[in-house]
Design a protein around this ligand. Structure first.
Ligand SMILES: NC(=O)c1ccc[n+]([C@@H]2O[C@H](COP(=O)([O-])OP(=O)(O)OC[C@H]3O[C@@H](n4cnc5c(N)ncnc54)[C@H](OP(=O)(O)O)[C@@H]3O)[C@@H](O)[C@H]2O)c1
Length: 243
């Protein structure tokens, strides 16, 4: 990737988002990093203080998010890349409503809100790249975490809609990348017996490469693409037996 560019990363305080900040910093980007945990933001800023600016933000506070977004754009003038990593996911077999609601609020409402802010900015600029972390979970339902799996399906469809909407942008310079990890070794990985857990550094390296290549969609690690093929055709009654 080239030098002198600007990126915003939502959900940069840990896991995939934090890892991506460090890749962008190595490539000379100016970075606006957001999240709720102030101490994590401050320790991240210290990694490259001349390049990383931090903004404390809860994406569920929609007006505050708009203000933070506006402030970042005013400071940076133009934005080349926006990466959406903020998300939550809990196993919730009891269907405890506050847990389901919180997941939907963060992964559906707040996510669509940020996708929209990004798309409208890029339409105005006539260039830009929105990369968002959805999940392999988008492909099917799951009895342990219904809201999480459904929220990821929402993200994938919304991102595809935005991709279709790029047709309306005359310059042809706006890109949408949908990143679908399998299991990545962060605190988010759901469950105890985790299958094909990708180490965080490997996942971040592959995600950063996919963003650089402006891929439309990508599975992380890449071998999850084979699982995705199977998941798309397997009948629900089989999933019901094994999962
Ligand atoms: N790890 C996996 O196995 C896996 C697999 C597929 C997809 N994903 C997706 O990858 C994305 C990143 O997750 P991760 O694995 O890197 O886990 P993580 O370390 O828990 O990162 C989640 C990030 O989201 C931020 N966030 C959550 N709620 C927020 C809120 N209300 N406002 C602002 N920021 C918020 C967190 O920051 P604060 O808490 O500081 O606010 C944190 O920076 C998520 O969308 C997740 O669904 C992960």
């Amino acid at each position: 990737m080239s030098q002198g560019k600007n990126v915003i990363i939502f959900g940069a305080t840990s896991g995939i988002g934090r890892g991506l900040v460090l890749f962008f910093a190595k490539d000379g980007y100016q970075i606006a990093a957001t999240g709720r945990r102030k101490d994590m933001l401050e320790s991240l800023r210290k990694e490259a203080p001349n390049q990383i600016a931090v903004y404390e933000n809860d994406v569920n506070l929609l007006r505050e998010t708009e203000q933070v977004f506006r402030k970042i754009v005013e400071t940076f003038k133009t934005i080349d890349v926006i990466v959406h990593c903020s998300g939550i996911g809990d196993e919730n077999p009891a269907l405890d409503w506050p847990t389901e609601q919180n997941t939907l609020q963060t992964n559906v409402i707040a996510a669509a809100h940020i996708y929209g802010l990004a798309f409208k900015l890029f339409r105005k600029q006539q260039f830009g790249h929105l990369a968002a972390i959805s999940s392999i979970a988008s492909l099917r339902g799951n009895r342990h975490a219904p809201a999480y799996f459904a929220s990821k399906a929402f993200q994938v469809n919304y991102l595809e809609s935005l991709y279709l909407k790029t047709k309306e942008i005359k310059s042809g310079n706006v890109y949408i990348t949908d990143i679908r990890p399998g299991f990545v070794n962060t605190k988010m990985a759901l469950g105890n017996e985790i299958f094909w857990l990708t180490p965080l550094p490997k996942a971040v390296r592959q995600i950063y490469a996919a963003i650089g290549q402006k891929r439309r969609k990508v599975y992380i690690s890449h071998r999850w693409a084979w699982i995705a093929l199977a998941l798309k055709v397997v009948p629900a009654r089989l999933i019901r037996i094994f999962k």
